[in-house]
Design a protein around this ligand. Structure first.
Ligand SMILES: *[C@@H]1O[C@H](CO)[C@@H](O)[C@H](O)[C@H]1NC(C)=O
Length: 338
């Protein structure tokens, strides 16, 4: 309780300092030891599979306070598609990490005043991987080069429902020197997270392509009382594996739709850092979605200011996740949303 009271005094000061001068900005990828929960999430996309690595802690929980997850999920089109590999560990950790820019900017200082934080460390990094699977038929080692998306969450509580989407162009098999690239999708990077706490919904969205960079955060991507606004609307149907969102500011608009397999077929269920620990399956994710992104700009023309489509792209192997009350499976399993 005292920690929370002190935070109520300290956090607004850190927020102000961080707004005033970049010298006071912290590395939000480093641990936040006062946050009740914290988790690191890495997705590596390889030509054959998605590799997931999750490290998560609910510091005060007595049951399963720590969670380590690894999975190797071959694409349905891959020859090794039946070789799904999954390891969940709930270790006991006695040592705590040492305390040491983010899509949230200075809002990242509000650990107790904003209940959940999201920081994307990398939207696209080269990742070399080597996985040894003792006893695997044929070959015990899988290795190669993929692309990694690395992010983390921390705060007091996970929202009661959330959506997450992430996509980038798949790693290409190297083309012979001097050969022209097959298309210009190599710069496609999308990451999006949003959810509902109490009666509000909010999204953070980042989209980059060879020709566009868009970033949206509240107030533009805020749905007060979960209602659509002239700037933001969304549609979620987890049974259909469908998520759509439209966010605009005064000059730019993005409309995107992700379609994954229906009824969570082939989706992976994951343990989440709820206040009681990790003894739950509270999120479902698919890595086989198809996302379509449309970008509009508003300019003067004809009858006044009109939206004009300036870009439209599709990308497959899009990650899509529904957590808590946003997943029909979690709802029918009678999940307790704490
Ligand atoms: C609207 O969004 C675009 C793209 O993220 C950005 O460049 C622009 O500054 C934003 N305008 C306002 C008023 O926030």
């Amino acid at each position: 309780m005292l920690t929370i009271l002190l935070s109520l005094i300290k956090e607004p000061i850190l927020l102000l300092l961080s707004l005033l001068h970049s010298r006071f900005e912290r590395d939000h990828f480093a641990p936040h030891p006062t946050a009740p929960f914290e988790g690191y999430y890495t997705r590596i996309l390889t030509p054959e599979a998605t590799i997931l690595l999750i490290l998560s802690s609910v510091r005060k929980a007595t049951h399963k306070p720590h969670y380590v997850h690894f999975s190797y999920l071959p694409h349905p089109s891959s020859p090794s598609r039946d070789e799904n590999l999954r390891i969940d560990l709930f270790p006991t950790i006695t040592d705590q990490g040492e305390e040491l820019s983010s899509p949230e900017g200075a809002l990242g200082e509000l650990v107790h005043l904003l209940p959940i934080h999201w920081h994307v460390f990398s939207i696209d990094s080269r990742a070399e991987y080597r996985i040894r699977i003792p006893g695997r038929a044929g070959q015990e080692e899988i290795s190669g080069i993929g692309r990694a998306h690395i992010e983390k969450n921390w705060g007091i509580a996970f929202p009661s429902g959330w959506t997450w989407a992430q996509a980038f162009a798949p790693p290409r098999t190297p083309t012979p020197f001097g050969a022209p690239p097959s298309n210009d999708d190599s710069g496609f990077k999308l990451s999006l997270a949003g959810g509902q706490t109490l009666f509000q919904k909010a999204y953070l969205l980042s989209y980059t392509s060879p020709t566009t960079t868009l970033r949206f955060k509240p107030p533009f991507s805020f749905l007060p009382l979960t209602l659509s606004t002239p700037f933001c609307s969304e549609e979620i149907d987890s049974r259909a594996g469908l998520f759509k969102i439209s966010v605009a500011n005064f000059t730019h608009k993005i409309v995107l739709a992700v379609k994954g397999p229906e009824m969570h077929r082939g989706w992976i269920g994951l343990h989440c850092p709820l206040s009681g620990g990790h003894g739950n399956v509270f999120a479902y994710e698919s890595f086989e979605g198809v996302v379509e992104v449309c970008v509009f700009r508003r300019g003067l023309g004809g009858w006044g200011y009109r939206w004009r489509e300036v870009e439209r792209r599709r990308m497959d192997k899009c990650a899509l996740g529904f957590g808590g009350g946003y997943s029909f499976r979690v709802r029918t399993e009678g999940g307790k949303f704490d």
